[in-house]
Design a protein around this ligand. Structure first.
Ligand code: AP5
Length: 248
């Protein structure tokens, strides 16, 4: 691990997948392993909302509905964030890009900085699991540790194992909002799987495995470098189920 921290990631790594796929859970581990920033656009927006900034005020009702924040707002925020010096050894993007214009803009940013192509890790999870994962999610309000009351509960109910901080239930983790978020993913973000797969930079990971197994798989992929998988595990049944269940 010391070796990995010394090397960093040396590239932009994108974690792609539907809400509840485990992007945040994995991004925390991977960013820590390589000593690089974990850039979550969702966390950035939640911070702006908590600070009640003008941008936060604009984003809040959109997030509360389960829709996507407009591209121009997201892109300005991300362009500024990835220009900071701490991204020099690579970074993990969690929740960005989420639309084709965002992906194209990211390509431009990476090119302008002479980065190579990003590596995209696509988490594949049975659609039926996503609602359970999201309704059961609790997050430490101090350190951001992620729990699940059904599958990864804290030792003491409502308290973080690490720092004892109170656990919160995200406002958009209510079932009626989750349905909208899954529909937004299907309509606007799912096409990125094909976008990146056609560039040969996307690797599918079975997100149904236990979190530590998923982390080990992602580390293996990152250590091996770029790899392509031509037969997506979600190509048939799972992808179709998501479309049918969450299309508006
Ligand atoms: P964001 O915060 O990015 O939410 P999301 O993409 O919907 O993803 P989640 O954070 O819900 O899920 P996750 O995949 O990180 O899962 P997690 O690891 O927590 O975005 C929120 C909102 O902000 C958006 O709706 C939008 O409005 C706005 N926004 C953000 N970025 C934007 C952008 N680029 N453009 C426009 N708008 C944007 O895990 C979930 C649960 O599952 C946890 O309880 C966890 O313990 C459990 N779990 C994780 N892994 C496993 C496993 N392997 N097995 C069993 N359980 C697991």
């Amino acid at each position: 691990m010391a070796d990995a921290r010394a090397r960093g990631l040396g590239r932009a790594v994108i974690f792609l997948g539907p809400p509840g796929a485990g992007k945040g859970t994995q991004a925390k581990q991977i960013a820590k392993h390589y000593g690089v920033p974990h850039l979550s656009t969702g966390d950035m927006f939640r911070e702006l909302v908590a600070r009640d900034t003008p941008l936060g005020k604009r984003a809040k009702p959109i997030m509360d509905r389960g829709d996507l924040v407009p591209d121009d707002i997201v892109l300005e925020m991300v362009a500024e964030r990835v220009s900071r010096p701490d991204t020099a050894r690579g970074f993990v993007l969690d929740g960005f890009p989420r639309t084709l214009p965002q992906a194209e803009k990211l390509d431009e940013i990476l090119q302008a900085r002479s980065w190579g192509q990003p590596l995209v890790v696509h988490f594949v999870v049975d659609p039926g699991q996503l609602v359970r994962r999201l309704t059961g999610r609790r997050i430490c309000s101090v350190g951001g540790e992620i729990y699940n009351i059904y599958d990864q509960p804290p030792k003491v109910e409502g308290r973080c194992d690490n720092d004892g901080g109170p656990l919160i239930h995200r406002a958009d983790d209510r079932e009626e909002v989750i349905v909208e978020r899954l529909a937004a993913y299907q309509e606007q973000t799912r096409p990125l799987v094909d976008y990146y797969r056609s560039q040969g930079v996307l690797v599918d990971v079975d997100g149904m495995q236990p979190p530590t197994t998923v982390t080990a798989k992602v580390l293996e992929i990152l250590e091996r470098g770029q790899e392509t998988h031509s037969s997506p595990p979600e190509s048939s049944a799972a992808a179709n189920q998501v479309s049918q269940r969450y299309e508006r």
